[in-house]
Design a protein around this ligand. Structure first.
Ligand code: 8HG
Length: 306
């Protein structure tokens, strides 16, 4: 566990929880390491984000973390899991740092935590991420939320939750394309439709292979292959989804940055993505996903070129 206890703060208009003595928690490391698209840095260094239908603001103050616009009940129902606070990252880092080459990336992104995000939101978000750049991905997701999500006001601004499965199933391919998803619009349309049609295991045409709840409880390899039954999801996108929303930590998504990092630290320059994935999963086992995140953040922030 990476915190001591929480206190509730209610003062005038402000409601918040203070998470006391938090370990391994740095805002830029968490929010800029590539795992999430709905968090934005404020002028004062805080981050505001939308997740699970809520808007929260996060401040780091000495070793405490203040979460604004929430209360103790929501903290224990949502945020303690979302920020993966029960997991001991010092242990993860000490194991990964036994590898001298990886230690450099772990020391650089020492405050990274893997967020436990919503599977449906991440399926759509990472379909959009294929062959795309992070600012463009963020914009498309924002547009989709504006069009089909719920408005939430916070400190005089309007934010939008990510749409529900029901709501997004009303979107046409053209509308999705207008949101800036490009050629991925038809993949989103098809995938959302399949998920929508298989929400209810009692229905006649139910197919478990397209049921997110079923996919989520499969073992890591089955989860990885099942996700690839959806249009627009290949091995890399499946790895991101299972790692960031399904708690599958043997995932090792290999994009261009991770490929460069692996070549830089470990491998000859001409290996396939599949070989890099296999090599890393053999090496890092159940901690592969964490290793991948330290590497991605290190490579991207330092503009590693092989
Ligand atoms: O966290 C991520 N890990 C990996 N391996 N790839 C990612 C992450 N986040 C993210 O957006 N990507 C992909 O990298 C999507 C896109 O193809 C590219 C953006 O740099």
């Amino acid at each position: 566990m990476d915190f001591e206890y929480v206190e509730e703060l209610v003062e005038n208009d402000v409601k918040a929880v203070i998470v006391k003595n938090v370990q391994n928690f740095e805002l830029p490391h968490i929010f800029e390491c590539g795992q999430c698209f709905r968090w934005n840095k404020q002028e004062n260094g805080n981050y505001i984000g939308v997740a699970f239908g809520k808007v929260i603001e996060i401040e780091k103050k000495d070793s405490d973390v203040i979460i604004y616009n929430t209360d103790k009940k929501e903290f224990s129902q949502i945020w303690v899991n979302y920020f993966h606070l029960h997991r001991d990252y010092s242990e993860i880092k000490s194991i990964l740092s036994r590898d001298n080459l990886l230690k450099k990336s772990v020391d650089f992104g020492y405050g990274i935590r893997l967020l436990q995000q919503d599977p449906f939101e991440l399926i759509v978000s990472f379909i959009i991420s294929a062959n795309n750049r992070i600012p463009m991905i963020k914009r498309a997701i924002e547009n989709i939320s504006k069009k089909w999500g719920e408005a939430i006001s916070y400190k005089g601004n309007i934010y939008y939750s990510f749409p529900t499965i029901d709501k997004l199933s009303e979107a046409t391919e053209e509308e999705l394309e207008e949101c800036g998803t490009g050629f991925r619009a038809k993949y989103i349309k098809d995938t959302v439709e399949k998920i929508h049609n298989n929400i209810n295991p009692q229905s006649v045409e139910y197919n478990e292979l397209f049921d997110i709840n079923w996919i989520k409880v499969q073992d890591d390899d089955k989860c990885h292959t099942s996700l690839q039954n959806f249009m627009g999801i290949g091995p890399k996108v499946a790895d991101c989804i299972m790692l960031f929303s399904m708690g599958k930590y043997s995932a090792f998504p290999v994009d261009v940055w991770v490929k460069r990092a692996m070549q830089h630290f470990y491998l000859a320059p001409d290996v396939s993505l599949k070989k890099i994935r296999d090599f890393a999963r053999n090496k890092f086992g159940e901690l592969s996903g964490f290793a991948q995140q330290y590497l991605f953040y290190y490579a991207r922030e330092n503009h590693i070129i092989v």
